[in-house]
Design a protein around this ligand. Structure first.
Ligand SMILES: [Zn+2]
Length: 268
C-alpha cells in the first residue's frame, strides 16, 4: 500500500460506547475520505484485545495499541502486564499504550498511575515498540518518567497534545513526537494548542481524531460522534495556522506515522 498522499489517523477508540457496532461503516467512510491507515487505541487489557481482533479483520489498514490508560491504573497487576505482552507480540499491535498520567480528575490514584505507567514504559523499552502516551495536568511527573525511559531507548508520541508551546518544546527535545487532534480547530479551548502547533517541527507531528471524541469544529459534522473521515479537517486547521499547503502537512505527518509505527512494512 502506498500511503504517500493519504492521511493516517493514529487515535481511534472503536471500543467506546459511541462507536459500538460501527467499525465497518466507519472504516469504509475513512477510506473514502483518503485515510490510508488507522491506529486503534487500546485503553485496557480487554479493549487492547478487541482492538487487535478488529485489526486482524482489516489487515494492512487497521493497527492497534495495547496498554492501560491512566484512568484505569488502579487495576494494574502482573496478570494484566502478561496479557498486554501477549498482545504486543502480534505484528498488528504496533505500540505500547495508551499509557501515561492524568491528574485532571484522578480516576485512579496518582501513585497507582505512576506504578502502571512505569511498568508500561519498561515494557516499551524491553520490546522495542513505540509508546502511545497520554499526559494531562501531570507535566512534571510525566516528563521526568519519560525522560528516564527515553534514556533507556524508548520512543513514542504524546497523543492528543493540548499543552503549551513550552511543553511541546520539552517533548520534542526529549525525542518524542506530538499527536494533534481536532482541538486545534477549537477557537476557544484550543488556544494553547493553536499557538504550539505553529512551532512544533513538522517532522515530529502526527494527526489523529481521537474518535469518537473531539470532533473538529471546522468540520461539516453530520454525525453525533467524531470519526476518522473527519481527519482531513485536522490537517486543514494545522495547514491554515502554519500558512502552508494542506498536502505538505498530510505528507509529513503520514511519513512520521509510518516511521514511528512501521505501517509500511506490514501494509499489504
Ligand atoms: Zn488520551
Amino acid at each position: 500500500m502506498n500511503l504517500t498522499a493519504k492521511l493516517v489517523d493514529i487515535g481511534v477508540n472503536f471500543r467506546s460506547k459511541q462507536l459500538t457496532g460501527l467499525a465497518t461503516e466507519i472504516i469504509e467512510r475513512a477510506k473514502d475520505a483518503n485515510v490510508g491507515a488507522i491506529l486503534a487505541t487500546g485503553t485496557s487489557l480487554e479493549s487492547s484485545r478487541s482492538e487487535l481482533a478488529l485489526a486482524h479483520q482489516h489487515p494492512g489498514y487497521l493497527f492497534s495499541t495495547a496498554g492501560v490508560h491512566p484512568h484505569l491504573a488502579d487495576g494494574w497487576n502482573v496478570a494484566i502486564r502478561e496479557g498486554l505482552l501477549t498482545i504486543l507480540a502480534d505484528p498488528a499491535c504496533v505500540a505500547v499504550g495508551e499509557t501515561g498520567l492524568d491528574y485532571n480528575r484522578n480516576f485512579s490514584t496518582p501513585a497507582n498511575q505512576r506504578r502502571a505507567f512505569a511498568a508500561q514504559l519498561e515494557m516499551a523499552v524491553v520490546i522495542g515498540k513505540p509508546l502511545f502516551l497520554h499526559c494531562r495536568d501531570a507535566f512534571d511527573d510525566f516528563q521526568a518518567m519519560v525522560r528516564d525511559a527515553v534514556a533507556a531507548g524508548a520512543h513514542g508520541v504524546v497523543h492528543c497534545f493540548t499543552g503549551s508551546q513550552d511543553e511541546a518544546v520539552v517533548f520534542v527535545e526529549l525525542g518524542l513526537d506530538i499527536g494533534v487532534t481536532g482541538c486545534v480547530a477549537n477557537l476557544s479551548r484550543g488556544q494553547a494548542l493553536r499557538e504550539a502547533v505553529k512551532s512544533i517541527p513538522l517532522e515530529r507531528m502526527h494527526l489523529e481524531t481521537d474518535a469518537p471524541y473531539l470532533g473538529p469544529k471546522n468540520a461539516k459534522r453530520r454525525r453525533p460522534y467524531n470519526e476518522p473521515a473527519n481527519l482531513v479537517w485536522v490537517a486543514r486547521a494545522v495547514a491554515e495556522l502554519r500558512g502552508i499547503d494542506e498536502l505538505v502537512v498530510v505528507q509529513a505527518c503520514t511519513r512520521n506515522s509510518v516511521r514511528l509505527f512501521g505501517f509500511s512494512t506490514q501494509a499489504g
